[in-house]
Design a protein around this ligand. Structure first.
Ligand code: IMP
Length: 425
């Protein structure tokens, strides 16, 4: 029995795609447990770039089966586009991709509501990806969502959709002054989707539990990251699901007694997209641009990511709320040319030093980072394959992070290619 969970330890975009791709080689099944097409996982194989939003990046290994769990919200258009994209690259998904019949669907009105709220309610803008994620989870929790299983019964689907669309049209028209939605068009589109998606539908929980009995190895993959978690993130500037490891069991239907370990993916510095507090954000005044060094532009929306120094306060928090066993640290090579690198070891708020992550946004927005500074290594690391061979200054930087978080590294990534990886232990 072996189930490993992999989570983002910052605000998403930590480079989980590459790490999942690497670990997929050692497992039989990779399952996504939350989020939707708001995620963007970039993987580079033999110089070719693949960006996946819904299908786990394990699909790029021909012997790995990929699963989309009940905790994911599925945009049919995005899913079909991704399946077609994979086929065009010669990657077959037939018999290798399973989707939970309990997963909820993202409907066109979810996307419209997401975008309308963001553009018309400027004071409370979150900076979402506009993919309808929040409104789809709202309907799920409000017990009015449409699940994949509903597609099987035309009458039920039609009845649910008519009720939902009546309500959404009121909101769109009266609150957001938007056009109404045509219910019949949506019913026909989704019945058509049912025909295309039918071969991929499974009782995922039963499949995964049976696979465990057969001795299969499973990787549960979270999207986004710890600080975007609806419970533990920088609320309200978060996504609408639980990317933290606790969300994994509920998102696929495996019990917590089956989990063997939890790996946190963490970048050698920090980034975030969208609004919300970010204590170590560098801003424009610095004389170098981490964004360009790291190619920090969103894989889903293309938005420039906000960049900052490594924040050990949030890293420690991620260890705590996820129960991390080890870190996979990514993009160390991005810091190669810097003269100096910094780690935030605490925050200062109204003269007091804080070393635990505050839950109050008012505090987080107004705290000053306390930095420890390290000399840069100013040597290329992309060609290095063993920890011992890293420059002494890079090891000192990594040691500081390890000591502050009390967590070991099991993987260090020094480039986007599969081979640009240092495995430890
Ligand atoms: P939503 O998930 O589209 O509702 O967006 C909510 C917040 O999560 C926004 O700040 C987004 O920028 C952020 N977000 C959502 N998905 C990702 C991701 O995959 N990486 C980084 N940030 C994300």
């Amino acid at each position: 029995m072996s189930v490993k969970i992999i989570v983002g330890a910052q605000w998403g975009d930590e480079g989980k795609g590459k790490i999942v791709d690497l670990l997929s080689e050692q497992v039989d099944i990779v399952a996504r447990y939350q989020g939707g097409a708001n995620a963007g996982h970039t993987i580079v194989i033999d110089g070719e770039q693949y960006i996946l939003h819904l299908v786990p990046s394990g699909i790029l290994h021909e012997n790995t089966i990929c699963v989309i769990g009940n905790g994911v919200v599925i945009d049919p258009l995005a899913l079909l586009e991704e399946i077609e994209f994979l086929k065009s690259k010669g990657i077959s998904v037939d018999g290798r991709l399973w989707i939970s019949h309990r997963a909820h669907l993202i409907m066109p009105y979810h996307k419209l509501l997401d975008q309308a709220k963001e553009s018309k309610d400027a004071d409370r803008k979150i900076g979402t990806t506009g993919r309808g994620i929040g409104p789809a989870y709202v309907d799920k929790v409000n017990r009015m969502g449409i699940r994949i299983v509903d597609l099987l019964d035309r009458d039920t689907l039609e009845e649910k959709l008519r009720t939902n669309i009546k309500e959404k049209n009121e909101i769109l028209k009266k609150i957001y002054k938007e056009k109404e939605i045509d219910v019949d068009q949506i019913i026909n589109e989704y019945l058509d989707f049912d025909k295309k998606i039918d071969p991929y539908i499974k009782d995922v929980s039963t499949f995964l539990n049976e696979s465990l009995k057969d001795g299969k190895q499973i990787l549960l993959e979270g999207a986004q990251g710890t600080l975007l978690d609806i419970d533990f993130g920088t609320y309200p500037y978060v996504t609408s699901s639980n990317p933290t490891s606790g969300g994994a069991c509920a998102g696929v239907g495996i019990g917590p007694t089956k989990i063997e370990s939890v790996l946190g993916v963490i970048k050698a510095y920090t980034t975030r997209v969208g609004m919300g507090p970010f204590p170590t954000e560098i801003g424009d005044e610095e004389d170098f641009d981490l964004r360009d060094l790291g190619g920090e532009y969103g894989a889903t929306t293309g938005r420039p990511r906000r960049c900052g120094w490594f924040d050990a306060v949030i890293a420690k928090f991620a260890v705590q709320v996820n129960g991390l066993d080890s870190f996979a640290l990514t993009k160390l090579d991005v810091l190669d040319t810097l003269e100096e690198v910094k780690v935030c070891v605490a925050y200062k708020y109204k003269g007091k030093t804080i070393t635990t992550f505050p839950s109050e946004m008012r505090i987080l927005e107004n705290c000053e980072p306390v930095y420890e500074s390290f000399p840069g290594w100013q040597k290329p690391t992309s060609g290095i394959r063993s920890y011992q061979d890293l420059p002494a200054n890079a090891k000192a930087y990594l040691d500081a992070i390890k000591n502050l978080t009390q967590t070991d590294f099991s993987i260090i990534s020094v480039g986007s290619g599969r081979e640009q990886t240092i495995l430890i232990g």
